[in-house]
Write a protein that binds this ligand. Structure first.
Ligand code: FAD
Length: 347
């Protein structure tokens, strides 16, 4: 298929972009990496009067690492983010999650802004944004506003098959009969950046269950962050706070707040003991039940809602096991590092 005819505009600045959007109104589509928009255009699922290509807009791909947050320009390419050395230190879950998206070839074009704006309910970055409590920075001719990830993502109005089919992806909203908006972005606005709080003290991981091997949208994914307290330097850790979001478990990325609550105050090793051959802890079932109670996954040819709910439980279990394993090795590493330094005559 070939795309319908459209006017093509290539602004060089954010100001030019928002002026163009203001003039074009709802008839404009922004083009970033094109990995979702181009299939939509080619299949004529969207018919914008104007395509506004923002690939040459200056200053929209910077990575700024601040004490309390990381700000990433919307045109940051996923492949660059996964290789960003400073980012690995400041917010390791971000490059680690980006690596789970699609294939390297697709990541070399895809942008963080495109992924968040496209907002596929099964996509990794929207769930990461919800788990971390990211803020979206939106610009229009009227000015700038920020929207929390919780408020940014909206229910998906497309059917479930379309929502997770990378070759028939939906997202543009300006065509009669086109899918309804999946985000709170208004016509005339461009997402210029996303700000992720660093949440020092938390350790995050993203666990997903792929549909068919690595490289496509997951069936289900979870982003879990735990803030752990150690009692008197002991190895046992207690969850003091948790953040959990799911991908592919509802019609938008969702925060699983009841499961977060069920995790609070629990000793982590006891929770995961049953997963490593030890005595199972009833509290784990409580956490998994709480997560499942907030999920409303789709049923489609890739899996029923019940299957996806079971996968959600599996993903949460794996995420807990991974963070527990990391927490267990941490003190050993610190002690080993100290011993090594002392052995070499260091302080
Ligand atoms: C084979 C294949 C496999 C994939 N697998 C995955 C996967 O596993 N996980 C995953 O998350 N994604 C996956 N994707 C989707 C891919 O990551 C897309 O690139 C991404 O969803 C959109 O990013 P983009 O930069 O290409 O945006 P585009 O395709 O250019 O735009 C997508 C939508 O967002 C809008 N938009 C883009 N930038 C902005 C902005 N700055 N402000 C406002 N609106 C904007 C566009 O107008 C359009 O509606 C896959 C894609 C393919 C083709």
């Amino acid at each position: 298929m070939k795309p319908p005819a459209f006017e093509y505009v290539e602004p060089r600045t954010v100001e030019e972009t928002v002026e163009t959007l203001a003039e074009a109104g709802e008839g404009a589509s922004l083009l970033a990496g094109g990995q979702s928009l181009l299939p939509l255009l080619n299949r004529r699922r969207v018919r914008p009067a104007v395509v506004v290509d923002i690939n040459r807009v200056r200053d929209m791909s910077a990575v700024e690492i601040r004490a309390d947050r990381v700000r990433i320009g919307a045109m940051g390419r996923l492949r660059e983010l996964e290789r960003h050395e400073a980012l690995r230190g400041a917010l390791p879950v971000l490059p680690a999650t980006v690596r789970l998206v699609a294939h390297p070839q697709i990541r070399s074009r895809s942008t963080v802004g495109g992924s968040l704006s496209h907002a596929d309910p099964a996509a990794e970055l929207p769930a990461l944004a919800v788990a971390l409590g990211a803020r979206m920075v939106l610009r229009s001719a009227e000015g700038e506003r920020t929207v929390s990830a919780d408020d940014f993502f909206r229910s998906d109005a497309t059917d479930a098959t379309d929502a997770t089919d990378a070759t028939d992806v939906a997202g543009a909203t300006n065509t009669p009969g086109a899918p309804a908006p999946r985000t709170a972005r208004r016509p005339g606005e461009v997402l210029t950046a996303v700000e992720f709080p660093r949440r020092d003290g938390f350790r995050f991981c993203f666990v997903e269950i792929p549909r068919h091997g690595q490289g496509g949208f997951p069936l289900v994914g979870v982003c879990l962050g735990l803030d752990l307290a150690r009692t008197n330097g002991a190895r046992a850790t207690t969850v003091t706070a948790a953040r959990l979001a799911g991908a592919g478990v509802a019609d938008r990325p969702v925060r699983l707040a009841r499961a977060e609550e069920a995790l609070r105050g629990r000793p982590l090793d006891a929770l995961v003991a049953g997963l490593t051959g030890g005595e199972p802890d009833d509290a784990l079932d409580g956490v998994l039940d709480a997560a499942a109670s907030e999920a409303a996954p789709p049923s489609d040819l890739h899996g029923s809602a019940a299957f996806r709910t079971a996968l959600l439980r599996t993903a949460v279990r794996r995420a807990l096991a991974r963070l527990a394993a990391e927490a267990r090795t941490e003190p050993e590493t610190a002690e080993a590092a100290r011993a090594d330094v002392e052995g070499r005559g260091g302080a």
